[in-house]
Design a protein around this ligand. Sequence first.
Ligand SMILES: C[S@@+](CC[C@H](N)C(=O)[O-])C[C@H]1O[C@@H](n2cnc3c(N)ncnc32)[C@H](O)[C@@H]1O
Length: 238
Amino acid sequence: MKKVQQHYDSVADVYDDRYDRDRGRYYHEHIRNHVMRGLSEGAFLLDVGCGTGLFVRQYMAGGGRAVGLDISPKMVQNARKHCAAGEFLVGTADMLPFRGETFDALASLLAFSYLPDPGAMLREAFRVLKPGGRIAICTLSRTVFTNAVPIIYALGERVGLQRVGVGNFNERYYTGREIADLLTDAGFVDVSVWRCSFAHRNLVEPLFTLARRLEPFVEKRIPYLAYNVCASGRKPEG
Ligand SMILES: C[S@@+](CC[C@H](N)C(=O)[O-])C[C@H]1O[C@@H](n2cnc3c(N)ncnc32)[C@H](O)[C@@H]1O
C-alpha cells in the first residue's frame, strides 16, 4: 500500500489533467454518472479512495454532504483545494476512521483494484453505513482488453514512465460475479452489477469518438467489452 500511496503522491498535481480535461473528463464523468445510479442522492456520502475529490464535488453539487478518504496525503491536499466545501482525510480503505452507522451512502471509483484485502474494505463499508444505506463501486473489470494492462503498467515502471496509474501495484481486476460475491459476503443485499465505459480516455482520435458513439450499444448489448464493472448494494434495515 505504501507504493500506491507514494505513486499517487507523485502524480497528484497532474491527476486532474488526466481525468478532468478533454477525453478524460468525458470518461470520468461517465463513470461518476454510473456510480450515482447505485446511490441515494442528497444524503451523507463517504467516498473511499476519493483522489482529488471529483466525485465528492459532483455529489455535493446534487445537494448532498460528503467526506472523501484517500491513502495519499497529496491527493487529499488537492481535493481540499479543488472542493473547499467537502471534508477530506487521509486514511486506508480497510480501517475506516468512523463510528458505525455514520453514512447513508458509500462510493468508491477506480480505487478497488488497488486493495490487497477487498473483503476488509467491504466489511468496513458495511459497518459505517446506516441500515438501508447504499454502496456503489466502479473499478476496471477483467476483459480481453484489460487483461494485459497490469503487464503494460509494470513494463512502464521498468522504463521509468511517470504516468498516472502506471506501475507494478499487484492490481486486481474483477468480473461482475466476483464483485457481487464480495458484496454479498460482506452482508449487502439487493446486489446488482453492470458494465460501463467503452470510450476510454487512453483511446486516440478518431477511435475515441467512434467508441463514444458505440458506447451505449456496447454497454447494453455486448457489456463484456466495456472496460469497467460497477456494483451496488444495500445494507439491510435491522
Ligand atoms: C485512480 S485513483 C481514483 C481517484 C478517484 N476515486 C477518482 O475516481 O478520481 C485511485 C485512488 O485510490 C487511492 N487508494 C489506493 N489504495 C487505497 C487504500 N488502500 N485506501 C484509500 N485509498 C486508496 C489512491 O491514493 C488514489 O487516489
